[in-house]
Design a protein around this ligand. Sequence first.
Ligand SMILES: [Zn+2]
Ligand SMILES: [Zn+2]
Length: 897
Amino acid sequence: MDKGEILKKFSTEPDKYYKVKLFSEQGYERKACGKCGRFFWTIDANRTNCPEDSEDTYSFIGNPPTSKRFDYSQSWKEVESFFVKNGHTSVSRYPVVCRWRDDLYFTIASVVDFQRVMGSKVVFEFPANPLVVPQPCLRFKDLENVGVTGRHFSSFCMIGQLSIPNSKGYWKDECIDLDFRLLTESFGIPKNEIVFVEDVWEGGGSFGSSLEYYVRGLELGNAVFTEFQGELGNHTTLDQKVIDMGAGLERFAWITMGTPTAYDCSFGPITGKLIRQVGIDIDNSLLTKYFIEIAKNQRKFSNLLEVKSQAIKNAGLSSEQVTNGINPLEGIYLIADHLRTLIFAISDGALPSNVGGGYNLRIVLRRIIGTMQRLGLKLDLNEMIDWHIDYLKKTYPELEEKRDDVKTIIAVESKRYEESKIRMQKIASNLKSKGIIPTVDDLITMYESDGITPDYLKELEVIPEIPPTFYTRLSDLHQSVPKKEIEKLELGGIAETELLFYGDDPKEFDAKVLKSFEKYVVLDKTSFYARGGGQEPDHGKIAGFDVVDVDKHGSIVVHELSGGIPKEGETVSCVVDSARREGITKHHTSTHILNSSSRGVLGSWVWQNSAFKEVDHARLDITHHSALTPEEVQKIETKANEIVSKDLQVTIESLDRGTAEQHYGFRIYQGGVVPVKQVRIVSIEDFDVEACGGTHVKKTKEIDLIKITRTKRIQDGVVRLEFKAGQAAKDYLKSHEIEIQKKTAEYIAKEERDKLRDLRKEKSREKIPALIEQIMQTTERITTIDEIEVETTKSGKFCSTTSEQYDEYFHINFGEKLIKADPNASYCGLFDAGATIRAIIYAGEASKNKNAGDIAKAISEILGGSGGGNPRFAQGGGKNKDKKHDAIIKAKSMVLE
Ligand SMILES: [Zn+2]
Ligand SMILES: [Zn+2]
């Protein structure tokens, strides 16, 4: 639908769509802007242009229109107490990670808190009516503006004022009346400063008029009256009309403080501390002039660089003032903003990564580090996190308990960035040397595959500027979750299946065949669990045929049979394979236990990413920054088995979705969004609570045992735990034990063999003196004594052995003693030393032409190695184990004549 057309239509009937009671009471007049033609309402008779085209635009900088001064947290206190005084419930913020909608990663507006998607329709879930909420919203489209324009943030607090017109809530008149009184009474802004601009809103098939309210050209809030659905001209009034007023809290602070930028009054003491720490000395009036120019020029130029250069010129800044003042100041603003965004996101369980919304968080942290390095700022991230949380906890007390987790994740991610720098440098310098300037597409690919930010490439002068569309493109790519297509069967006109497994869950039952076709059967009721939530389907028999698969198509359960199908209209007997179901059920409850155990052991950022439960094994993928260490795995397993042995009660209750969310928080959506009004809450006492449609044990002891069999980092930010539960775990342990026993037996046998050999060797050493004596006495020409061959000729005795019973120690001792006993004798001993064979040679001094060194050299050559030594003692060897005999013959030939 065209917004312009709706606006045109509504503007022709201003009394019907825009004129509220306040306008008549206060004497507001409707005017068309002299410049852009937009319609606006004012009580200032001299005002001829809409707020954005007026002379007083941004004149609040340095000259606020009120004597009251409220910073970010004070502003919220003012807003909250005003609305509470006027009958509103103040609701705590929702997570910035949008767990309740599967089409968004992050909460992008306060109204998103209360929207639930059911099919193609958006429905509302209000915990109170009317209500106000301080909702931090994450938007990554305008990153290049953050820190530069004075008003763009990567996360900002959208005050949400929500009302459904009924006995409790109100409609247009009261809404605008309240907003007007908030500005005038609580914030002290004079009536004639407040201007309302006519606009419209459309989205999700519905639309309505809206009134934006401005003070000095700054849009403070926008009250949207969602009233109609369908196409314009052919539209109907919604059953449930909704007022969604969204206002920027940072802007409320800014309009009262009149600081040069909105950053100066939105981060508590942080910007001031950083400015002092870095030592920026810049005149405040100069800054005021500069940022007013920035604001004005943003209306004139779309290119940020042009906006800046024009503002520098008009404010009369020297290049030195830009280099030493504006540039580091922009860096400080960027760092403060980006860090606050990370604090919210990490606190709510998101991780920087290169998957989904994690991309945006990673780039934000890389920009912080890059900015610090570029400007040479020596800042302590942990200290800044402390400053932020100390300030923010006044508004969001829940951040306190996540302080350490935020620091952990930021430290892990910073380290990862430093580690990837070498690779990034290589790629960057390669591009630079080739003179290639990457396109926006290239930049996106480079960031997604290698984590290289355009900021980094700019710093290394690979690209002259960051293309203005880069962050918008990246944000669009990673704002929402891609939808999966499901195969649809033709099932028109069939009644929805009664699900017995949510009731008495009989394992044997009779049912009527409503439809049977190809290999599929639809019954009027079933106890067969259909595949869903990562739980595999039941098997069993229907009318004697094997059930091989069960799937849900909308609210109809379709059974896939093998071997044949029963006829339509027949009543058939059905049997669920209860052993299979029991195995799957134990694995499912174990998934919940392991998920909470992992979160307890690793940190609050652990969420279920996905899960799969079969009869004899299961896997749970969790969000975590690094691969698990064996100690972590052990701790998780121990914790899980503690829960098993505590025999905790598993309870299942059906709750209204809004009640469940308010009561348990968004932690219940571990398995993703549940698109139904009534949610099934599975609690393991206080230990774990999840919205889940699966089957579960009644008490945790039924599980017996949980055994993690393997863990693996399957993608950036996701770790897989493979495990077994119940009998499967016990079987696994048993087979594991047998294996361990087998290995132990093998080990013991080897030990014993080694011991025996050592014993033999020791014995052989002990017998050296006796052996020598025996050899000295022998007169036979050739004889063998205890595996030592002794040959006696006129030139002396030659002894040699290759026996395994002799080790190095023996050979050395024996040889030494032999030539001492008979200076005419010589000795050659060979022994195995791992992959090689080694030789020990001794030659008596009295024997002529017997040189141990020469022998060692010669036989080593035969053995395929090298050797040497002196005439008396030498060593050698080689790898030719089969040449032992040849070596001995060679040695003998060199000794004996
Ligand atoms: Zn205008
Ligand atoms: Zn579950």
